[in-house]
Write a protein that binds this ligand. Structure first.
Ligand code: AMP
Ligand code: ZN
Length: 109
């Protein structure tokens, strides 16, 4: 997707604060954090939203969650607790149509 901001971040065409990357996912710090830790975990491959997922994406979506778990531990918020959110569609407040898992924590919510 040539006009997708997260695809551009994944390709390194737009700067962001990267916290993790592997063959399947990239994790960045949210530019407008809603909690002391606010990380976005993105599949490296463009998928508009949960509405576009197929059975072939099930391992990838699982990997978003295990990556979130590992990053929560690295951030020191695993024991305190954290929130994982995936907004889907306009009514949910999805503003960037490239699947992303929000990892939020570091303070009571
Ligand atoms: P959503 O509302 O679920 O689509 O979330 C999109 C998130 O992306 C918001 O929390 C934004 O603050 C965040 N965001 C937008 N642009 C950037 C960017 N260039 N780098 C990092 N995070 C961003
Ligand atoms: Zn994209």
């Amino acid at each position: 997707m040539t006009d997708c901001i997260f695809c551009k971040i994944i390709k390194g065409e737009i700067h962001s604060t990267h916290v993790y990357r592997d063959e399947q996912v990239t994790a960045i710090r949210d530019i407008n954090p809603a909690a002391p830790t606010h990380i976005l975990i993105l599949p490296n491959r463009h998928i508009d939203s949960v509405n576009m997922l197929t059975n072939e994406d099930e391992q990838l979506i699982g990997h978003l969650f295990t990556t979130a778990k590992q990053l929560a531990a690295l951030e020191g918020i695993a024991d305190g607790g954290y929130r994982l959110i995936m907004n889907t569609g306009a009514d949910a407040g999805q503003t960037i149509f490239h699947v992303h898992l929000h990892l939020l924590g570091g303070a009571p919510m």
